[in-house]
Design a protein around this ligand. Structure first.
Ligand SMILES: Cc1cc2nc3c(=O)[nH]c(=O)nc-3n(C[C@H](O)[C@H](O)[C@H](O)COP(=O)(O)OP(=O)(O)OC[C@H]3O[C@@H](n4cnc5c(N)ncnc54)[C@H](O)[C@@H]3O)c2cc1C
Length: 339
């Protein structure tokens, strides 16, 4: 029975990236029964395009910006020439990434992983077809039943998405204010994807659990690819505590929850007597969203700041300090407008 250096479970962007990077130096087997069938709005963000570039085979549309709505209020954030975002065909994108891994020498089987057992000197992977053995296993199976069994997540958001004919324009739309989550419209070549996500789920429609995404804008493809790079690096470093090593790299790079953003804002200004948690609670509330959108419409500085946050431009301490009074004003406004 062949023993693999690495078995990768899952052929989404994370699994294919890890398999691609490791195949030069290791024997790699990638497992996925259904690698190109994802629920995704398919927005390839500026983070991704700047770092990894794109292949035209999967691009559906070049986006001009984002439109954010709070009920009847609209804020248009056009992209600058340095911010290039695309609306992509997720199926073609996943196929492209998987082919890159296969071209680099990874082998692929359409098997489903069913169980993992660490045996001391290797890992035993029980699959739908055979039991296989590996020195390392990368679990890149998204938010699947299998991942839930290996490393359960505590908080799950739910979403549903539908394809509709036609395209309104070249802007990605995000709508807040109708339920606890938000709704999006993603323009493709001749059709659009309309979706909605909520922390509570919906009683009448099929539910899809959202994958690994940033809380600010729902971006996940960049983070899946980057975390797979960190996993591959950790294996190539050959360190004895690979899981801890990966986790350390991962945590130091993905320090991005809204709470941490507001903590950073607060820690950089001691003049204001607001604890980070108070700011976070205010900003996260529905009335704060309304106040934020209203303020966005008349405050160019806030608009530039939010655009920089959304497009991950490097923000320095002065940028946070400049925006702090506006955020506090929103906090105060929303406090007085709470239902
Ligand atoms: C509705 C929605 C919209 C989104 N929109 C965007 C967006 O516009 N832009 C963006 O950047 N991100 C978006 N995301 C997030 C993005 O889709 C995910 O972050 C990304 O797909 C995660 O990649 P992954 O490779 O980790 O997992 P996935 O892409 O989920 O891939 C996991 C793979 O594992 C396989 N698998 C599962 N179980 C097993 C098993 N037992 N054995 C073998 N294989 C298995 C699956 O078949 C799948 O192919 C969205 C997410 C959702 C839910």
């Amino acid at each position: 029975m062949k023993r693999w250096d690495v078995v990768v479970i899952g052929g989404g962007v994370a699994g294919s990236t890890a398999a691609d990077l490791l195949s030069d130096e290791c024997s790699v087997l990638l497992l996925d029964p259904d690698p190109s069938n994802k629920t995704c709005a398919g927005i390839l963000t500026a983070d991704y395009t700047r770092k990894y570039g794109v292949d035209k085979s999967y691009i559906e549309r070049t986006l001009k910006g984002v439109k954010i709505y709070y009920r009847e209020n609209e804020v248009i954030i056009p992209y600058t020439k340095n911010t290039i975002e695309y609306s992509i065909n997720r199926k073609l994108f996943d196929t492209y990434n998987l082919n890159q891994a296969l071209d680099s020498g990874a082998e692929y089987r359409a098997w489903s992983a069913e169980d993992l057992v660490e045996t001391g000197d290797c890992v035993k992977v029980k699959t739908s077809e055979h039991t296989i053995y590996a020195d390392y296993v990368i679990v890149a199976s998204g938010l699947s039943e299998f991942s839930q069994r290996i490393a359960p997540v505590k908080t799950i958001g739910y979403c549903a998405q539908k394809r509709v004919d036609g395209v309104i324009d070249d802007y990605f739309q995000i709508h807040f204010g109708y339920h606890k989550g938000y709704t999006w419209l993603s323009p493709k070549s001749t059709y659009s994807l309309v979706g909605s996500g909520s922390p509570d789920g919906y009683p009448d429609i099929p539910l899809y659990a959202a994958g690994f995404v940033t809380p600010l804008e729902g971006e996940g493809i960049y983070y899946a690819r980057r975390s797979a790079e960190l996993a591959a690096e950790t294996i190539l470093d050959n360190c004895s505590h690979s899981v801890k090593g990966f986790e350390k790299k991962w945590r130091s790079e993905f320090n991005f929850t809204p709470y941490q953003i507001y903590k950073k804002i607060a820690s950089e200004s001691s003049e204001f007597n607001f604890t980070p948690y108070q700011i976070y609670k205010k900003i996260a509330s529905e009335s704060a969203t309304k106040a934020l959108i209203t303020e966005l419409q008349r405050n160019d500085r806030l608009k530039t700041f939010i655009e920089a946050l959304l497009t991950k431009k490097d923000l320095c301490k002065t940028d946070y300090l400049k925006i702090l009074p506006v955020l506090l004003k929103i906090g105060v406004l929303s406090y007085f407008t709470q239902p």
